[in-house]
Write a protein that binds this ligand. Structure first.
Ligand code: HEM
Length: 280
C-alpha cells in the first residue's frame, strides 16, 4: 500500500512526513480550540474564519514551491506540491462545510446567499476550481489528460487571485490581513516570472523583486481603500512609512523579500562552493 509519507520509490521521506504534520497541525489546533470553548461565543464563525485563512495560506504555499525549489536548489520540494495543493482544497472544503453548519444546513438559504452575495459567489467559484484541480491531481488523471493536465492546473493562479478577492470582499474596514496575503502572492509571482523568463536569480535581482512586490502590495491596498471604502487612501499609504503604526503589509513584504534574497544568496554560495570542492 502506498503510504503518504513515502516517496515514489516507497522510501520514507522526512520532507513528506513533515509536510503531513504541517497540513494537519492547524486543523488539530482549531478543533482543539473549538471543542474546549476557546472560540466561543461564535465558535462556528470563528472556526470558519481560521480555516479560511489556512486555505489561503496553503494555496499560496503551493504557488511558492517552484520559486523556493529554484532559489534553494532543493529538487525534493516537487514531492510535496500535490500534497499541499490537496491540503489547500481540504481546508477550503472544511471552510464551506463550516459555512453550512453556520447557516444550520439550510441549503436553500445557503444557495440563495451564494447566488446573491458577490463575495460568496467568488468563494464558491474558487472552491469549484480547487475541486477540479484536486479531482485531477492523481497519477491516473495526469496520464489521461496528458498535456491538457498542465493547462488545466495553470488555473491555480487565477484561483489564488479569486481567493484573495473573496478575502478582501469579506473583510470589513481593515484589509491588512488580506493585503499581507496578496503581498506574498505578488512576491511569489514576481520570482516565478523571473524564473519563466530565465533571468538570473542574483541577490540584486531578488532585492528588485522584493521592491516590486512591496510596491504592488502598497498599490493594491491604496486602490482598495480608494475604491471600496470611505477611508482616505493617502493616509493609509503614508502609514507604510511610519513605524509607530506597526509594520504595515507593504514594508513587511519588502522585509520578507529581502530575507529571501539573503537566504537564497547564501544557499547559492554554498552550492557553488560544494561544487568547486567536488571538482578539486
Ligand atoms: C462556497 C464557498 C465559500 C463560502 C460559502 C465562503 C464563506 C465565507 C464566509 C461566510 C466568510 C466570513 C464572512 C464574514 O465573517 O462576514 C468567509 C471568509 C473567508 N473565506 Fe470563504 N467561503 C467560501 C470559499 C472560500 C475559499 C475557496 C477560500 C480560500 C481558498 C476562502 C477563504 C476565506 C478567507 C481567507 C476568509 C476570511 C477569514 C478571516 O477573516 O480571517 N473561502 N468565507
Amino acid at each position: 500500500m502506498k503510504m503518504l509519507w513515502n516517496d515514489r520509490h516507497g522510501r520514507f521521506s522526512p520532507l513528506k512526513c513533515a509536510t503531513l504534520g504541517l497540513a494537519f497541525a492547524p486543523a488539530v489546533i482549531i478543533a482543539f480550540w473549538f471543542f474546549t470553548g476557546a472560540l466561543q461565543p461564535l465558535s462556528v464563525k470563528n472556526a470558519l474564519h481560521l480555516v479560511g485563512d489556512w486555505a489561503v495560506r496553503f494555496l499560496l504555499l503551493t504557488l511558492a514551491l517552484t520559486p523556493l525549489q529554484r532559489l534553494f536548489n532543493y529538487s525534493k520540494i516537487a514531492l510535496i506540491r500535490r500534497m499541499l495543493g490537496v491540503t489547500a482544497f481540504s481546508y477550503a472544503t472544511a471552510h464551506f462545510i463550516l459555512y453550512l453548519i453556520f447557516v444550520k444546513w439550510n441549503l436553500a438559504f445557503a444557495t440563495s446567499e451564494i447566488i446573491n452575495r458577490f463575495y460568496l459567489t467568488i468563494g464558491f467559484v474558487t472552491l469549484l476550481g480547487l475541486s477540479a484541480l484536486a479531482a485531477t491531481s492523481f497519477d491516473a488523471a495526469l496520464r489521461k489528460l496528458g498535456t491538457k493536465w498542465k493547462m488545466l492546473h495553470r488555473i491555480v493562479y487565477g484561483l489564488a487571485v479569486l481567493a484573495l478577492f473573496h478575502y478582501y470582499l469579506q473583510s470589513k474596514i481593515d484589509v491588512s490581513a488580506a493585503t499581507l496575503m496578496a503581498g506574498l502572492f505578488f512576491l511569489a509571482m514576481t520570482i516565478r516570472l523571473m524564473i519563466a523568463r530565465r533571468m538570473a536569480l542574483s541577490a540584486p535581482a531578488l532585492c528588485g523583486a522584493a521592491l516590486i512586490a512591496s510596491a504592488l502590495t502598497a498599490l493594491t491596498e491604496f486602490t482598495w481603500y480608494g475604491l471600496a471604502t470611505g477611508v482616505n487612501p493617502m493616509r493609509v499609504f503614508m502609514a507604510n512609512f511610519m513605524v509607530s503604526h506597526g509594520l504595515r503589509p507593504a514594508p513587511t513584504i519588502l522585509l520578507v523579500g529581502l530575507a529571501v534574497a539573503v537566504l537564497a544568496s547564501v544557499r547559492q554560495w554554498q552550492v557553488t562552493t560544494n561544487r568547486q570542492s567536488a571538482f578539486r
